[in-house]
Design a protein around this ligand. Structure first.
Ligand code: WQD
Length: 339
């Protein structure tokens, strides 16, 4: 049985689909602060299989111990955490408490029940401002905001834990920019409030929720002056977790993997690809750069291919089409349709 913390979220729900379709038993813990239980109903609808869901905060140790008592957990995929960069700058203590303390409680309970296999959701943000691209896992790491610092701190904590007890098997997955949605259009990205990220904002322009896209800067040293990122389809990302899980249950140790396509697309290139795939025009205006943004950030994913036998397969057109299908079918995300 696999425990997925934060499993009701955008990435988590797609991982649950892949786990269930692969025949795993799945337990999800999520306090639904940035997700909706509806996503898990749809996960079960897509797969025709059931999962067990607990709604509570990982900080509640007694409830967490009960989950480990009642279920034979083989490994944990740990996604639960706050993840908005700008929000973390305004609320550092909330981010440190929620992201770090919850991880401490989880690791202590795992240790208590002798469950020592962890797949951890990290982020390319730990590379800070990369000196050059593409980025490999041995690049220097640094944090430019409290959110990124929590990811970096947890990576170091996990590494120290494994060094203290070599029975641990820990895989750290550094996500580049996950976009897209399950091809069914039943689950997808549903951020609360105004989207910080590019694709959910684009799809809201496409459905007429916003008049135009704000492009944050066109004076970067890039192909067309706008920011370049490594967009990866969320289904490819989810499948990367299963490959990491196969590997993690067969060996011990600590490894980090970049989960990206290895290709960079600029903001305007993504806009054009989206317009072509969806047939929806995306008007935009150029604004100043966003504080904290880097010009370019894209991966060299060769290590994951070599050691995990995983490579992203979906194209930028797939990502755009699947993002559009999700938003067109669910203009208000998981919220019930407003009259
Ligand atoms: C992508 C590009 C923006 C919005 C962040 C986090 C990272 C991870 C993914 C959690 C940049 C431009 C964006 C908009 C724009 N999150 N942009 N207009 O910043 O690469 O990564 O989200 O794990 O940790 O740092 O993603 O989608 O916000 O921005 O022009 O309305 O799109 O400047 O060049 P980012 P993003």
């Amino acid at each position: 049985m696999i425990l997925v913390t934060g499993g009701a979220g955008f990435i988590g729900s797609h991982i649950c689909v892949e786990l269930l379709e692969e025949g795993y038993e799945v337990v999800v813990i999520d306090h639904l602060s940035n997700s909706q239980k509806t996503s898990l109903d749809r996960v079960q609808d897509i797969t025709g299989r059931t999962l067990t869901f607990y709604e509570f905060d990982l900080l509640d140790r007694s409830k967490l111990e009960r989950v480990f008592t009642e279920h034979d957990i083989e490994a944990v995929i740990h996604l639960a955490g706050f993840k908005a960069v700008n929000e973390s700058v305004d609320m550092p203590l909330t981010y440190y408490h929620n992201n770090l303390t919850a991880t401490f409680v989880l690791l202590e309970v795992m240790n208590q029940f002798n469950v020592k296999t962890m797949i951890f959701s990290s982020s390319a943000t730990v590379y800070g401002k990369p000196a050059y691209n593409p980025i490999t896992e041995d690049f220097p790491t640094s944090a430019t905001n409290p959110y990124g610092r929590t990811k970096l701190m947890i990576e170091d904590i996990l590494h120290d834990l494994m060094k203290s007890d070599p029975d641990w098997s820990i895989s750290v997955l550094r996500y580049f920019n996950p976009i897209g949605a399950h091809p069914s259009g039943k689950i997808g990205e549903a951020p609360n409030g105004t989207p910080n990220n590019l694709m959910p904002y684009i799809t809201k322009v496409a459905v007429g929720h916003y008049k135009e896209l704000n492009v944050f800067g066109d004076d970067y040293p890039t192909v067309d002056g706008t920011g370049v990122r490594d967009y990866i389809h969320v289904v490819d990302l989810a499948r990367g977790h299963l490959k990491a899980l196969y590997k993690a249950v067969t060996e011990t140790g600590y490894e980090t993997y970049n989960l990206g396509t290895g290709e960079g697309y600029s903001v305007l290139q993504l806009v054009k690809a989206f317009e072509k795939a969806s047939g929806q025009p995306i008007p935009y205006r150029i604004l100043d750069r966003r504080v904290g943004d880097v010009a370019e950030c894209y991966s060299n994913p060769a290590k994951a291919e070599r050691r995990l036998g995983w490579r992203a397969e979906k194209t930028i057109e797939d990502m755009c089409l699947d993002s559009w299908r999700w938003r067109e079918k669910n203009p208000n995300g998981y919220a019930t349709m407003t009259t």
